[in-house]
Ligand binder design. Structure first.
Ligand code: PMP
Length: 363
């Protein structure tokens, strides 16, 4: 049977994948190494019995939005929830981008920003970060003036490079952007800065967050946006009816009762991150600073080819020892770079031991 061709503008695209190889130590997708509290699991098990399974869920997710609003001291009318922050970002792009509109990113950054924008039919305009991966005011200005993007993405801390954006640049971007500015804060609790205080009715700024990292709930697929009420109304137009299932709504609401446990977990991960940074800096690597739950690094070495340089070789050597990290070595602007998620102490020890072997084998 002849296949039916997909949209012309999707022809050159492939799906977004992060390999889920079965290995002992999986440090490639920035999940939390910590299980949610046992009480959370118990509460959730009890709640399953009370879900009215024959009925559609609360379409407006009142309880969950109220709990998120209370956490951030905003109104529930400032909260949009969806299936992971990826779906939150998709909703923003469906509402404000699309054919004939530009979406700005500053590379290297989270690949899904441009990927989803293209799927939404928009044209992606990619500014460049400085060599140390910070943003320069002049480059941001250039992109905004030349391309008049309807959506501009910032990512703080930036994935995969690790540092929070300079607060002054976030503010100046918001002030100059002709359209909506999304600050993707998937990793914000690991860093000292948030842009949440910049959200108000007169701004066009929105901050996205996720339950996948700090809340130890990647399996649930839950994320949200804090934004002006008019933006939330626009997102409701593009959201599918009942897009957020009843169990997920309950899971999110219950999770928010365990803020103190979440914060302890974040503190533990941050302490482990600092230990990893110290240890990694004693090895023949370039290691970038991090305010997230992952670290970007590049093995030193003579080769610079995208697929056969030291990055790819060290990635393979780690995998051969049962440790999976993210291979960014062929990504634009990240030649030979790898990204490791901060895991449990034992996982980090296993990673460090494997890394020492991998880089000493190259000496
Ligand atoms: N934003 C950034 C910067 C991310 O790194 C991720 C996850 N890798 C997401 C958003 C998406 O997270 P989720 O869909 O699990 O909420």
């Amino acid at each position: 049977m002849n296949r039916y061709p997909k949209r012309d503008d999707l022809r050159a695209m492939s799906g977004y994948h992060s390999p889920q190889v079965s290995v002992k130590v999986r440090l490639n997708t920035n999940e939390s190494p910590i299980e949610p509290p046992a009480e959370f699991v118990q509460d959730l098990a009890d709640a399953v019995r009370n879900v009215r399974w024959n009925r559609y869920p609360d379409r407006a997710a009142h309880e969950l939005r109220s709990a998120i609003a209370a956490l951030h001291q905003v109104s529930p009318a400032n909260v949009f929830v969806a299936n992971g922050s990826n779906e939150v970002l998709q909703s923003v792009l469906l509402a404000y981008s699309g054919a004939g509109r530009n979406v700005a990113t500053f590379e290297p950054t989270y690949q899904l920003h441009s990927h989803i924008a293209r799927i939404a039919g928009a044209t992606v305009v990619q500014g460049k970060r400085n060599a140390d991966f910070t943003l320069s005011e002049s480059e941001v200005q250039r992109v905004l003036v030349e391309h008049q993007p309807s959506v501009t993405f910032l990512c703080s801390p930036n994935n995969p490079t690790g540092m929070a954006e300079d607060p002054a640049i976030i503010v100046s971007t918001i002030n100059r952007a002709p359209g909506v500015v999304v600050v993707d804060e998937a990793y914000a609790q690991f860093s000292p800065y948030t842009a949440l205080q910049l959200v108000n009715e007169d701004s066009r700024v929105a901050v996205s967050r996720t339950f996948s990292k700090t809340w130890s709930m990647a399996a649930a697929r839950l994320g949200y946006l804090i934004a002006p009420t008019w933006m939330i109304d626009d997102l409701e137009v593009v959201a599918l009816p009942y897009h957020l299932d009843a169990l997920k709504q309950v899971a999110g609401t219950i999770a928010l009762k365990y803020v103190a446990q979440m914060e302890r977990g974040v503190a533990d991960v941050v302490a482990e991150r600092e230990r990893l940074l110290r240890e990694m800096r004693s090895l023949p690597l370039t290691v970038w600073p991090s305010q997230a739950n992952f670290i970007l690094f590049r093995p030193n070495g003579p080769g610079r080819e995208a697929t056969s340089g030291p990055g790819r070789a060290v990635w393979q050597a780690l995998l051969d020892q049962g440790v999976l990290v993210r291979d960014c070595s062929s990504w634009e602007g990240l030649t030979d770079c790898l990204r490791v998620t901060v895991g449990s102490r034992a996982e980090n020890d296993a990673f460090l031991a494997a890394l020492r072997m991998a880089v000493s084998a190259r000496d």
